[in-house]
Design a protein around this ligand. Structure first.
Ligand code: NAP
Length: 264
């Protein structure tokens, strides 16, 4: 069976990699792209995009009405991605969402809509399989070493902080340890924010620098020892195996799932 795919954000770093991946897969067919400009044009008309005749739409609903798509892959920005995902579900298109920064309310809203429509979907803050394992191992470690800090490092074009992966890691850690206030009870910040963001007593530090892609280290401390669990994505290709798997899996699902670990 050929899965018809629409990609939102084809000019972006992730989106352009996804266009490449979908074109390479025999059982996928790229049927359209959603962009915030170039409406009515074709990918081949845009200099940095592949020389193929794939239509570009600015309006999501028109795109879904005219293309008979099975799956939407969204790699854009949070608020837009929420609207795209909602429109996809309303048009019986299954979402595979890599865009990070959805709020709890938005996630619940989308899950409910998918359930009503009995449509599969996946929102994953990190499609790199190694990163999913890093989160899983962190959850295991927190049971025995509850003092933990998360250091995530990304390129300086990233808009949300902490990263979706750091938030997901913190949520998983929260499930395997009780609330714990870390550091010295009387610690004071000379510069505001020096100790990072606080979540359930753990600290999350976000580094943004050119040259970085997506990196995270979860550091656990216990008497006389530390444990570091670290993952690095060196380029956007690292996310494509996960997106490919998700496109296939959502065709079999009847609900919207959050987190790649739930389909592995
Ligand atoms: P990027 O290079 O900035 O690409 C984002 C693209 O979205 C740009 O082409 C941007 O267009 C486009 N865009 C903005 N508003 C839009 C709209 N209204 N409609 C359609 N397209 C719109 O960023 P990136 O590095 O590819 O990352 C994209 C998203 O994926 C981010 O949320 C990032 O956090 C996430 N991400 C997820 C994973 C994962 O594994 N889940 C991994 C890496 C990144 P302009 O150029 O005109 O602004």
């Amino acid at each position: 069976m050929t899965i018809k795919v629409v990609i939102a954000g084809p000019r972006g770093k992730m989106g352009s990699e996804a266009v490449k991946m979908v074109r390479q897969e025999e059982n996928f067919q790229l049927v359209a792209c959603i962009d915030r400009k170039n409406d009515g044009m074709s990918l081949k008309d845009i200099e940095e995009l592949p020389d193929i005749n794939i239509p570009i739409y600015e309006d999501t609903s028109t795109c879904f009405e005219e293309t008979d798509a099975d799956v939407l892959v969204d790699l854009t920005v949070p608020d837009v991605a929420y609207e795209h995902t909602k429109a996809a579900l309303e048009h019986d298109v299954r979402p595979v969402i890599g865009t990070t920064g959805f709020t709890e309310v938005q996630l619940e809203d989308l899950k409910m809509l998918a359930k009503e429509k009995r449509l599969g979907g996946l929102i994953a803050p990190n499609f790199a399989i190694g990163a999913v394992l890093m989160m899983h191992f962190s959850k295991m470690a927190a049971k025995y070493l509850p003092d933990v800090e998360i250091i995530e490092k990304h390129h300086d074009n990233k808009r949300d902080a902490p990263s979706g992966s750091a938030v997901k890691t913190a949520e998983l850690i929260k499930d395997s340890r009780s609330y714990k206030s870390q550091g010295h009870p009387e610690e004071k910040e000379t510069f505001p924010g020096a100790r990072g963001a606080e979540y359930e007593g753990m600290r999350i530090h976000s580094v943004r620098l050119p040259g970085l892609v997506a990196h995270q280290e979860v550091v656990f401390g216990g008497p006389g020892q530390t444990l570091s669990i670290k993952h690095d994505s060196y380029n956007r290709e690292s996310f494509m195996d996960g997106i490919k798997l998700a496109i296939e899996e959502v065709m079999e699902l009847e609900e919207l799932i959050y987190g790649m670990e739930n389909i592995l």
